[in-house]
Design a protein around this ligand. Structure first.
Ligand SMILES: C=CC1=C(C)c2cc3[nH]c(cc4nc(cc5[nH]c(cc1n2)c(C)c5CCC(=O)O)C(CCC(=O)O)=C4C)c(C)c3C=C
Ligand SMILES: [Fe+2]
Length: 390
């Protein structure tokens, strides 16, 4: 305990299956989240999640098999938590660290159950995503808001949220140091092409829902290059596309092929939206994208490790916590306002007035009316006649 009282830090992350049998239920949890698949009808969410999870499990298990049969995300996140606690202690700030995953153990609900029994005086909520997206930090904040509304014990905890932190100077230094270490292993370090690969999101998240993710990724890339202070060419592309809709472009596979065609031979990939090794670095980049790059003529393909427990990165997390304790509190409900026009998935419950939910319901009713009109034009009968009600 310190002058601040009993402090807790809740680290949020996505979670990943610990073993192959977990892959199906993990995917079901992921696709059940309306911030991951945005559907016009909420009732469709669970059946569709089940359908997609069943279809995807085999392929996804094959990928997890290639990285040892499960995700290392829990182990690395817990190691980050331990290192953060030690760093905070060294800086004179004792804190309990909790890990809350969105789609697998330890679930956010488990972390919340633990921290409510620990009678904290102050809680810092720190997502392990440097950049904000509706689909990641946004989804976790949405869940936390719900848990807060339901539990009076939680409402008594004085808390603050860190929405995103891609500008944090020690984080930028950690990234620059990791990149420098990798390019300095090439015979001509200045000739190496630096390839930033960010996890993609559907384009509609940015263009229709106002997700600041793309802007934060672009600014983060720029700031890392500024911190690196090297003359190398660089590219930013988006990986891990799922499903038939258009995602942020350029896609990583296309950008690699284009660079190969232009004669790039030496390239390092920098995973930019992840702070831990996981399936998308160890399998997708190290195996799938390496193969694509080599086929395109990029013979010297390397990857920069994720920050994991790099001392400068842990220092960045500690700085974020200490700054958050000193600054005025930021509440969960303020985050979406702060991120300007972000539209999280609209609530289902009808709300009177010029609200998002009213807009959604009006849209749905208008769609039904339109379908009824088309049916009447084609069949010559109204909908109620057709279904035998009139
Ligand atoms: C910034 C990071 C991430 C964003 C943005 C993100 C968006 C997003 N992801 C999917 C679909 C899947 N994601 C999966 C796993 C996964 N995704 C992230 C990070 C981001 N996702 C992490 C850390 C992980 C866990 C990896 C692990 O080691 O287990 C998966 C499962 C893996 C697979 O089958 O490929 C899917 C599916 C969508 C649809 C989306 C945006 C809407
Ligand atoms: Fe993902």
């Amino acid at each position: 305990m310190t002058a601040m009282g009993r402090v807790g830090v809740l680290l949020l992350n996505l979670g990943g299956p610990d073993k192959l049998e977990d892959v199906g239920p993990f995917l079901y949890n992921l696709f059940s989240d309306p911030e991951i698949i945005r559907l016009p009808f909420r009732w469709l969410q669970k059946p569709l999640a089940w359908f997609i999870a069943v279809r995807r499990t085999g392929k996804s298990q094959e990928n997890y098999k290639q990285i040892g049969g499960g995700s290392p995300l829990r182990r690395i996140t817990e190691a980050q938590g331990k290192a953060l606690q030690e760093q905070l202690t060294a800086l004179g700030q004792e804190a309990n660290i909790y890990v809350g995953m969105r789609y697998w153990h330890p679930y956010t609900e488990e972390a919340i159950a633990q921290l409510t029994t620990d009678t904290l005086d102050k809680l810092v909520i720190l997502p392990l995503y440097p950049q904000f997206s509706i689909s990641t930090s946004g989804s976790s904040f949405r869940l936390l808001e719900k848990l807060w509304q339901e539990d009076p014990k939680l409402q008594r905890i004085d808390y603050t949220v860190i929405p995103s932190w891609y500008k944090q100077p020690n984080y930028l230094r950690a990234m620059a140091e990791l990149i420098a270490q990798e390019i300095d292993q090439f015979p001509n370090p200045d000739q190496v092409h630096i390839f930033f690969s960010a996890h993609g999101v559907p384009k509609s998240y940015v263009e229709e829902a106002g997700d600041p993710y793309q802007q934060e990724i672009e600014e983060c890339t720029y700031l890392i290059m500024q911190t690196l202070k090297r003359p190398n060419d660089h590219t930013l592309a988006y990986q891990s596309r799922v499903g038939p809709v258009e995602w942020l472009q350029p896609y990583t596979e296309d950008a690699l092929q284009e660079l190969g065609a232009k004669g790039v031979k030496d390239l390092v990939v920098v995973p930019i939206s992840f702070v831990s090794e996981h399936i998308e670095t160890l399998q997708e980049i190290d195996i799938e994208y390496r193969e694509i790059a080599e086929e395109a003529g990029i013979h010297n393909f390397k990857r920069v490790p994720a920050p994991n427990t790099h001392p400068l990165f842990i220092q960045a997390l500690a700085d974020l916590v200490i700054d958050a304790l000193e600054e005025p509190n930021l509440k969960l409900s303020q985050v979406t306002q702060m991120k300007k026009k972000v539209k999280m998935y609209p609530p289902e419950a009808w709300e009177w007035g010029m609200t998002t939910s009213a807009e959604v319901w009006n849209g749905r009713i208008a769609m039904l009316g339109f379908i009824a009109l088309i049916i009447e034009l084609i069949t010559g009968q109204g909908l109620l006649h057709l279904v035998g009600l009139l």
